[in-house]
Design a protein around this ligand. Structure first.
Ligand code: HDE
Length: 701
């Protein structure tokens, strides 16, 4: 019997150059062993492999031998490839970049990152969903985590925030309950990354302090169009400390240069099917194309005396400080410009801790923040398995660091000398304290009685929820009401639906009425007794999304649907107008190889129609010949392409054939359906959503 081997078929056809690994860098000679440019494939002990296709067997049909150390090493390593995923924020996109200070805060802080104008500080930013596991979709209705690690000259500073400026709960002790309620229900293991289920709304309905956050998560803020189009917030108040030791409170904000933009619910649901990795891919493609996303960094600064005048307690993380009360001061910018080399090594292993601050920055007494100062370090020990997690390259400070901590799992450093303690008289160069520039906590006087007490100033649960709702445009209000109807319709227990509507009555009676009607409640439920009367607060337009959309197509994407016989000149004109306006353009055709245009030339497609629905675009154009219309009229993907674009309030440019397809799809012309030859009208319509159209395409609450 002849021996069957698979030698030489190891699939090394990928010509992309791999960055040299630690192993291959060691043995120069191994290069020659493998021949050409390829380093030798070795075990982790550096032994070159002669055969990576077959395990060692007693004979061609015999058992595999235990002595096959090559097989065992490879499989063992594979078996241990995963580490525990984050309990929350498991699914994420991470990107390197830099922070540049434009205005000094020297008056307020000694932190050099906030005083050295023009200095560029490297950052690693990780934007995440909260509830879903690492393999869940990018686009559930969910808060986005917005964590930035600044590798400053004075140590790492982690600003671990969200894309929403408030939180569900006031005290850290409630966090495990909140997360257990929102995550998949423990007996059935679903739903994955969705709030629309009984346990979540049960907990929320019994937690009035969450009502402000509920307004935010039911708004389109939780349905971002792109991670490049979200805001970020440090959420808690922090302190800045200046040279004289004086401290000032500060709230941190990130504002996207591309403006805020969200999708609408039906689009979001379909996006999850069209592209599970929609946000990660969008970020990847933007970075690859050199369209580096950018955020302004802004602060709200205020003193204790000013805080005493606020009609809320700024230490309560369910409250925000309206921009109208304390204006934002822009002090810098962050640009994300480099995709990680390796997802696991960087995005997965990065370890943020709100307790990572630098001299000149300090914490406030926000009880949620105080709990977080414990939780993150603890979580890193469990996830990364060692107190040496700071040695992993993505976590290591880029400034020198030295102390007498020693040993532990996976120690990578090799400290020299006999001294590992301080003070000592035996070493002339061991690390010592730096009394002047070292970290000092703010000298804050604490008085009062110890106890498990919630401050009375935390008792107002509805006023800012009401302010948020009343600050929205009517289009946004209707989305909030409809989201509540959608979510509560997924809740089986009627008493939970009723309890929620009861809370809504304190926020705004009309909202409660709309939701009650959407749920077909026969009677309006009673509102629970509020701990404090609801205050009337001035509307804050800064809380809208629509008000913060920018009049631009930069960073947006236009899809052009074509088929055999389409007019090449018309396609070219639309492409030119869209790219001139800053958008990227993708051609969609029934076959990925492209379509044969009217002039006989082939135009390659960027996406095949069935796999490239209009949900992934901000606006679409349809350019078809009579022959093209005929063939697409029988394609549900083509009908869905235009129906969804219309239903999702997008601009549609059509030529004669495109118009015929719209008629087949029963789409009526409106201001957003424009002639493909009128490029100005198309570009103007593509920059927004046709909000007025919505009432004609769906019933909203
Ligand atoms: Fe987190 N949170 N959190 N959180 N959080 C984690 O730490 C926790 C809270 C936030 O990209 C965990 O490394 C507690 C508020 C982000 O790696 C964990 C409390 C805000 C990320 C944890 C909160 C956040 C996390 C899980 C209540 C917005 C992802 C993995 C006191 C200001 C960071 C990890 C990344 C991650 C605990 C509340 C944001 C379990 C106990 C409020 C962006 O330690």
């Amino acid at each position: 019997m002849s021996k069957v081997t698979m030698k030489g078929t190891s699939g090394n056809r990928n010509q992309e150059k791999n960055a040299p690994s630690a192993e291959s860098a060691v043995g120069g000679e191994l290069h020659q062993l493998a021949g050409g440019d390829h380093p030798a494939l070795t075990t982790n002990q550096g032994v070159a492999l002669a055969d990576n296709q077959n395990s060692l067997r007693a004979n061609p049909h015999g058992p595999t031998l235990l002595e096959d150390f090559i097989l065992r090493e490879k499989i063992t390593h594979f078996d241990h490839e995963r580490i525990p995923e984050r309990i929350v924020h498991a699914r994420a996109t991470g990107v390197h970049g830099f922070f540049e200070l434009t205005t000094s805060l020297q008056q307020y802080t000694t932190a050099r990152i906030l005083t050295e104008v023009g200095e560029k500080t490297p950052v690693f930013t990780r934007i995440s969903t909260v509830a879903g596991g690492a393999g869940s979709v990018d686009t559930p209705r969910d808060v986005r985590g917005f964590a930035v690690k600044f590798y400053t000259k004075e140590g790492n500073w982690d600003l671990v925030g969200n894309n929403i400026p408030v939180f569900f709960i006031q005290d850290a002790i409630k966090f495990p309950d909140l997360i257990h309620a929102v995550k998949m229900e423990p007996d059935r293991g679903f739903p994955q990354s969705a709030t629309g289920h009984d346990t979540f709304w049960d907990f929320i309905s019994l937690t009035p302090e969450s009502m402000h956050m509920v307004m935010w998560i039911m708004s389109d803020r939780t349905l971002p169009r792109s991670l490049r189009m979200i805001e970020g917030f440090g959420v808690h108040s922090f302190r800045l400390i200046n040279e004289a030791g004086k401290s000032t409170f500060v709230k941190f904000h990130w504002r996207p240069k591309l403006g805020l933009q969200s999708t609408i619910w039906d689009e979001t649901v379909k996006l999850a099917g069209a592209d599970q990795d929609f946000h990660r891919r969008d970020m990847f493609e933007a970075i690859q194309a050199g369209n580096f996303p950018e955020w302004e960094f802004a602060v709200q600064l205020f003193t204790q005396e000013e805080a005493d005048q606020f009609p809320f307690d700024h230490l309560d993380a369910t409250k925000l400080i309206p921009e109208e009360l304390v204006p934002l001061k822009v002090i810098g910018r962050m640009v994300l410009d480099r995709w990680p080399n390796n997802f696991f090594a960087e995005t997965e292993q990065v370890a943020y801790c709100p307790s990572h601050v630098v001299p000149g920055i300090d914490f406030s007494n926000d009880p949620l923040l105080q709990g977080r100062l414990f939780s993150y370090l603890d979580t890193q020990l469990s996830r990364l398995g060692s107190a040496n997690f700071h040695q992993i390259p993505v976590n290591a400070p880029k400034c020198p660091f030295a102390n007498h901590q020693r040993d532990g799992h996976m120690q990578m450093a090799q400290p020299t000398g006999r001294v590992a303690y301080e003070p000592n008289s035996l070493s002339g160069n061991s690390p010592r304290e730096t009394p002047s520039q070292g970290f000092h906590s703010a000298a804050v006087k604490e008085t009062g009685e110890k106890g498990r007490i919630r401050a009375e100033s935390f008792a107002d649960h509805y006023s800012q929820a009401r302010q948020f709702y009343l600050s929205q445009t009517s289009f946004e209000q209707v989305h909030i009401a409809s989201a509540l109807v959608f979510e509560l319709s997924k809740v089986e227990h009627v008493h939970i639906r009723e309890a929620m509507v009861g809370h809504l009555r304190h926020i705004e009676e009309d909202l409660a009425r709309r939701v009650a009607a959407g749920l077909a409640l026969e009677q309006m439920p009673n509102a629970p007794k509020p701990a404090m009367p609801v205050q009337q607060m001035r509307a804050s337009p800064a809380l809208q999304i629509i008000g913060k959309m920018k009049d631009t197509l930069k960073g947006r994407s236009i899809g052009i649907l074509i088929a055999d016989g389409s007019d090449g000149a018309a396609i070219k004109k639309i492409t030119q107008a869209a790219t001139d306006a800053g958008a990227s353009v993708k051609i969609v055709a029934p076959k990925v190889g492209g379509a044969k245009l009217a002039d006989g030339s082939m135009l390659a497609a960027d996406g095949q129609l069935a796999g490239t629905p209009s949900v992934i675009f901000d606006a679409v154009a349809v350019v078809l010949s009579d022959e093209g219309v005929k063939s697409l009229s029988r394609e549900s993907a083509a009908i869905d392409f235009v129906r969804d674009a219309f239903g999702h309030l997008k601009a549609i440019a059509v030529d004669k054939g495109g118009k015929a397809l719209l008629e087949i799809a029963n789409i009526e012309q409106d201001a957003g359906v424009v002639n493909a030859s009128d490029k100005e009208a198309f570009i103007a319509a593509a920059k927004t959503r046709l909000w007025d159209r919505e009432k004609s395409v769906r019933t909203l609450a």
